[in-house]
Write a protein that binds this ligand. Sequence first.
Ligand SMILES: Cc1cc2nc3c(=O)[nH]c(=O)nc-3n(C[C@H](O)[C@H](O)[C@H](O)COP(=O)(O)OP(=O)(O)OC[C@H]3O[C@@H](n4cnc5c(N)ncnc54)[C@H](O)[C@@H]3O)c2cc1C
Length: 428
Amino acid sequence: MSRTSDAVVIGAGVMGCSIAYQLARRGLKVTVVEKGPAVACGSTGKSSAIIRQHYSNPETITMAYQGLQFFGHWQDFTGLKENRCGFKKTGCLMLFPSKDQTVESCLDLMKKIGVRVLALPLEVLKKEFPSFNFHRTRIDPDKLTHYAEVERLKLDELESASFEEESGYADPQGTTLDLMSAAQEHKAELLLNHQVIEIGQVNNQVKYIKTHRGETISTPVVVNAAGVWATEVNKLARVYLPLTIVPTRHQIVFRNWPTGTPSGRPETLHPVPVCGDLVNEIYFRPEGSGQILVGSLAAEDDRDYIENPDNYTEFADENFYRRKLIFLHNRIPMLESHPPGERISTAGLYDVTLLDWHPILDKTEVEGFYVAVGLSGHGFKLAPVMGIMMAKLITGITCPDQDTGVDISFFRANRPPIRANLAQGVIC
Ligand SMILES: Cc1cc2nc3c(=O)[nH]c(=O)nc-3n(C[C@H](O)[C@H](O)[C@H](O)COP(=O)(O)OP(=O)(O)OC[C@H]3O[C@@H](n4cnc5c(N)ncnc54)[C@H](O)[C@@H]3O)c2cc1C
């Protein structure tokens, strides 16, 4: 069968569906083509879906900040009656190993942009988060496994922490489904179980795509939103970006979050916010009402490069599981006396732009072929605003009710490295 479309988006992850929504609300007839059986079946479905605003540069802070406003007013943003994005405003606590100028300047920048962020002194931290300890020395989980041993060392306490009041996390599948439904309300189409295998061009201009099931769609615009498969899709268009994107495995572990207290003990555990613990190099957040999700912020964990994104270990390594739970227990000591529950973990893939861990949002040398790739572990929170930026780039149309002042050329493919002043990698 043959169709026509004003634009084809390859990939029904959060990025593709966000772009599709923004193109469709600008009046384009859009088709999203997805090789898998459902939306969000790639990296998006595995995402921790944290929306925090701590970045080093004004562009990314603004995108996270504006995205958060959209997550907080999701039905207005999507125009849908339902809300499956499930945004939870828990706040985001960031714990820094030292008090230095780079953190202070980030916080100043965030405040200037409008982020509600506070630097919290130790007394306030202890009062607001009574379940936590605030050591600022990183323990070695191979030598010290129990908090009681750590306690004897009388480690120094933190001098630097911040709290973003409005940050939180969402449901990655629900968010993506909503973005696709919102696009469909504007007449977009979704083609599942269709892998794009050809991107046809005439005189260096995109003309059509073809799927492995023989479907052809004539179109002047194709957007590569294929996540960790982006380089393969670029090859179909004979586009070779100057930046390398590498699928990189990211592991997540879960443990029970006790709702009661262990018998005979008076303590209660308070609800946790999203927390970026740069001392222990972990992040964590509540998962449902009964679990806590823990991921890594350690550079050594961000180098698990994967050759074939269709074949990798989709659960955490034993040593990773053990070490991350020890770090977590040392931050929230009361957890040690609560059984962790069934051992549950997962692992997904980041599409890491090796140069600088920032997205690539650009047109290419092939007329009509665009890329929104290399999202590097930041893609969930930034997707609503990146969708707007890409749709503006493609159509030249601004929708004043959902706009951003961020200049997309900051993320161009031939840029110099975007510098991070805190930690390169997933914090940036
Ligand atoms: C474990 C984990 C935790 C994360 N945590 C966070 C977080 O807390 N906060 C945050 O902001 N970000 C986070 N991220 C990053 C974020 O989730 C990703 O950047 C984002 O989901 C990527 O979305 P995407 O749409 O680009 O890619 P994907 O979701 O992978 O979608 C790409 C789609 O393209 C399809 N496709 C590929 N090739 C073809 C083809 N030839 N034809 C048709 N379809 C094709 C794939 O099947 C796939 O569904 C995390 C990521 C992971 C893996």
